[in-house]
Structure formats: structure tokens, C-alpha cells
Design a protein around this ligand. Structure first.
Ligand code: EPZ
Length: 461
């Protein structure tokens, strides 16, 4: 096998591969067992919201344990485009939003990162005006922002959507949002976070009923409170925010990424390997750990912030229904499906959060899985082996699922569409290599399977 190139991480400063560059693919030779300990990075979905929340503060903010991800780099680019000063060194990001040069987020950046919509609440709260392009849908669903908009309107903002741009401004004379009682039709993570940030500087009390309870919401609330905000009840379904006139500087460290940790737990289970990981908050993974134990694996806390997975002799089938936290996380659905393709028996997976988050089924079936989709249900019939194949990632968590399947499959798997993976996993290949996996990232033209796919007539249809 060719020498394995150690892949490089995607730091903030690293220039984006130009669109016409030869895209890379991930080659995985399955069958290795893994061993050792893996370091879990900061939580992507905390980092994206917290970076946006730094816009609320007119002083220096230091954010630690920031994961090196393309999405985080893009969020930094959006703040830079708004005239905010950012400096990154290793996993520390210094932000100074004392001056926000403009309140219009650039379309070309927003269209690449849904989470950039998070800037609307802080921009409105700080500037009294915000113009943010509609983030638009993505492969997993329509991703509307009606709950964000309705909440801001309840707080006194005039919000119009024209030509794909959400234009919001505060109508009150004092240019401050007003506290309001808001009920969310659905416990939307993003809407909860947008409204929490907007309410931090509003006049008076805001309550958010039927709020999202995800750990990333708590992380964001803790970050805002470290700047002097007064947010209570984050992590429950009712959040109360007493607006304050101004926030102050902070030095804050982001929680570890529960989805990355869950992905590595599945990596241990699917390769029948015992591996450990830290830092982790075990309580953030209750539903995932319960399901791993149900299918026969053991998950042990070696220390308060360290988990170890010990695989069972075989994998039993189980049913999964994705739900808002503390239910089974939708962001672990694809990874767990990869695991269940090799379990004994039939599993039913129901995706209730997003309307189109089963696109990884076709690619897993190309590897020998036996999965049928009916609406938002996937019926997984366990098979004894998966076989390596050329596959294409369709979204972030689907790409992780294909990596996991490739680690367990017989033979070589080639994964295209790595831009999805790089959005949400910090140096995944480097971490897997250190655990003993056989994989490397090469240019597509260097991969004979991809070349064959490109050249075969069928693929040109
Ligand atoms: C956040 O997305 C996460 N992203 C997602 O992680 C995660 O899957 C999701 O929460 C659910 O946990 C970030 O935090 C950056 P939602 P978000 O608003 O906020 C509907 C990953 O892989 N909805 O809770 O967009 C929506 O259509 C990503 O890391 C409305 O109808 O999720 C969806 O069906 C993927 N109107 C449901 O709510 C709205 O105004 C859940 O969406 C908002 C949402």
C-alpha cells in the first residue's frame, strides 16, 4: 500500500482549496482494530453560536477550545466581513467587536454556512438593524427560520424578507428590543439561540417557552453570562433572560463536542475495539450510551471526563428514534445506522427532526448493507460483513457514517465529498490514524477507483 500521507488539519489560516483544484478523496482499508486514546475537540455547534454571540460584546472576548473546522473558519470570515477584529492562534480565538463596521452579512459567505444566520440576533441587539441572507435549505432539509423571525418580531423588531434577504430593524425610539414572552412551536436549537442572544441586550424580561435543551444552548448561555448577561434556565424547556444595557469582556472555554465523542464511541463498537476518549461530558451522551449498551457494548467512565468503550462479542439490533435533546440526537443517526448494518437482527430507525436525513442509506447499501427506506423510517437488516466500495458523502454526518462503515468493511473504501467531513470534524483522519486505522487522503485523480468512476460512461450520464 502506498505510504500513507498524514493529512493536514484545516486551520483558520489555511487557504480554501480553489474550486478547480483536484478534489481529494479518503481511502480507507477496513478491518483494523483500533486502540489507544483520542482527544475530543471543542463542540462545533457551540463554537458557531458563541462566535456569533461575541458580536454582543464591545470589548475583547477570548474563546478557548475552538475546533479547527471549515465551518468555524467561515463564521470567522463572516465576522471579519462585518468589520470585527479576529485573531486565532491554535485553538484560541480572540474577537473584538467594539466596532461593527456594517450590519449586512455577505451572501457569498452566508450561503456556504447556515449557522451564519446566528448573527442576526446580536447584530439587531447591538446595531438596531440587521440584513442577513436567508440561509436556505441544505441536503438534510428546508431549514426554515420562521421561528427565529417570529421571536424577533415579538421583541419589537420589524422583519421583512425581500429578495432572499432577512431585513430587520428595531422600531422603538430607544433602538432596543423589548423583552417578550415567546413560545416556540418546536424546540428549535437555532431559534432558541438567536432569541437568547437578542434578549441579552433587550429592555426587560424575555421568556422562551418550549426552548431547546441541547448542551450547546447551555454552553452559549454560559458564554453570554460570562460577559454579564442574565440568562437563567438554559438546559430546561423554559429560559428567562433579563436584558442588560451592555456586556463586558470574557475568557471562555467551549465544551467538548458530544457528537465527535459519540462518533468515536461508534468507531470502537463497529471495529470491535476498546478505545478511550477525553475530554467528554458523559451526561451529554446519555441516549447514545444507553443505545450502545442495549446492543451489547460497554461504556465506562474511567474518570469524570473520560469514556471508554468495550465492544460486546456481537452487536444486537435496536430501534432508534431521533428527538430533540435529551432524546437520541439526529446528529448521531447516520453514524449509528452504520453500526446497526452489522448487528444481528432488524433495526428500525426513525428520523423525526429533519425531513431528508436518510440519504446515506444508498451509499451504505453500496457497501453491502441491507436497508430499506419508507418515509422517514429506515429498516436495517443486519448483515455479516460490509465490503469496501467507492461512495459519496451527502452531508456532514453521512460522511462520518461512511468513514465508520469503511473502518469495518472488508477491503478498500473510497469516499468522495470530503468537503462535508471537513466542515464538522477536526482532523478526523489524523485521530483515526493514531488509533491504528489504515486510511489516507489523496487527490481524486490519484485514486484508481475514483478515476474509474469518472471515466466510466455510466457516470457521465
Ligand atoms: C442545530 O441546527 C445544529 N446546527 C444541527 O447540527 C442539529 O442537527 C440541529 O440543531 C438539531 O439538533 C447548529 O447548531 C449549527 P433546529 P438548527 O432549528 O438550529 C425546524 C450538524 O450536523 N425549524 O433545531 O438548524 C427545522 O426545519 C448540524 O452538526 C423550523 O421549522 O436545528 C428542523 O426540522 C446539522 N423553523 C427542526 O426545526 C425554524 O425557524 C430542528 O431544527 C427553525 C427550525
Amino acid at each position: 500500500m502506498e505510504d500513507r500521507a498524514i493529512t493536514t488539519s484545516h486551520g483558520f489560516s489555511e487557504p480554501h482549496a480553489s474550486p478547480d483544484a483536484d478534489p481529494s478523496v479518503l481511502q480507507i482499508w477496513g478491518g483494523n482494530s483500533l486502540h489507544g486514546h483520542v482527544k475530543i475537540s471543542g463542540a462545533k455547534n457551540s463554537a458557531l453560536a458563541i462566535i456569533a454571540a461575541a458580536l454582543l460584546c464591545p470589548e475583547d472576548c477570548r474563546i478557548r477550545n475552538v475546533p479547527l473546522l471549515v465551518d468555524v473558519k467561515r463564521m470567522g470570515q463572516i465576522l471579519t466581513a462585518l468589520g470585527v477584529k479576529l485573531k486565532q492562534h491554535d485553538d484560541i480565538l480572540d474577537i473584538n467587536a467594539s466596532v461593527i463596521g456594517q450590519s449586512k452579512a455577505p451572501y457569498e459567505l452566508v450561503s456556504q454556512l447556515r449557522a451564519s444566520f446566528f448573527v442576526i440576533g446580536p447584530l439587531l441587539a447591538r446595531q438596531g438593524v440587521a440584513k442577513v441572507p436567508l440561509p436556505g435549505g441544505c441536503t438534510i432539509g428546508a431549514r426554515p427560520v420562521d421561528l427565529h423571525v417570529r421571536g424577533l418580531q415579538a421583541m419589537g423588531a420589524d422583519v421583512q424578507i425581500e429578495h432572499g434577504i432577512v431585513q430587520a430593524h428595531i422600531t422603538g425610539s430607544n433602538r432596543r428590543l423589548k423583552g417578550a414572552k415567546i413560545y416556540l412551536d418546536y424546540p428549535s436549537v437555532g431559534a432558541t439561540e438567536t432569541l437568547m442572544m437578542a434578549a441579552a441586550l433587550a429592555d426587560g424580561e424575555t421568556t422562551i417557552e418550549n426552548a431547546a435543551q441541547e448542551p450547546e444552548v447551555i454552553d452559549l448561555a454560559n458564554f453570554c453570562n460570562s460577559m454579564g448577561a442574565r440568562i437563567r434556565g438554559a438546559g430546561t424547556n423554559t429560559i428567562a433572560i433579563s436584558g442588560v444595557p451592555k456586556l463586558h469582556s470574557t475568557d471562555y472555554s467551549i465544551n467538548p463536542d458530544r457528537i465527535e465523542a459519540g462518533t468515536f464511541l461508534v468507531a470502537g463498537a463497529i471495529t470491535h475495539s476498546e478505545i478511550s476518549m477525553s475530554p467528554v461530558v458523559p451526561d451529554h451522551l446519555t441516549a447514545v450510551i444507553a443505545k450502545l449498551k442495549h446492543i451489547g457494548a460497554q461504556v465506562i467512565a474511567d474518570a469524570p471526563d473520560c469514556l471508554r468503550i468495550i465492544p460486546g462479542d456481537s452487536l444486537k439490533a435496536t430501534d432508534i428514534e431521533t428527538l430533540p435533546y435529551p432524546g437520541f440526537p439526529t446528529d448521531m443517526q447516520a453514524q449509528f445506522m452504520a453500526l446497526l448494518t452489522l448487528s444481528e437482527g432488524n433495526s428500525l430507525i426513525t428520523e423525526t427532526v429533519f425531513e431528508n436525513r436518510l440519504r446515506h442509506v444508498a451509499e451504505l447499501n453500496r457497501m453491502g448493507a441491507d436497508i430499506r427506506v419508507k418515509g422517514n423510517n429506515a429498516i436495517v437488516r443486519g448483515v455479516s460483513i460490509l465490503s469496501g466500495a467507492p461512495v459519496v458523502a451527502t452531508d456532514l454526518r453521512a460522511s462520518a457514517a461512511l468513514v465508520l462503515a469503511g473502518l469495518a468493511a472488508k477491503g478498500k473504501t473510497t469516499i468522495q465529498g470530503l468537503h462535508h467531513l471537513d466542515r464538522g470534524y477536526d482532523r478526523l483522519e489524523v485521530k483515526l490514524l493514531k488509533l491504528g486505522a489504515s486510511l489516507q487522503r489523496v487527490s481524486e485523480s490519484a485514486d484508481v477507483d475514483s478515476r474509474a468512476k469518472i471515466s466510466s460512461p455510466a457516470s457521465n450520464v
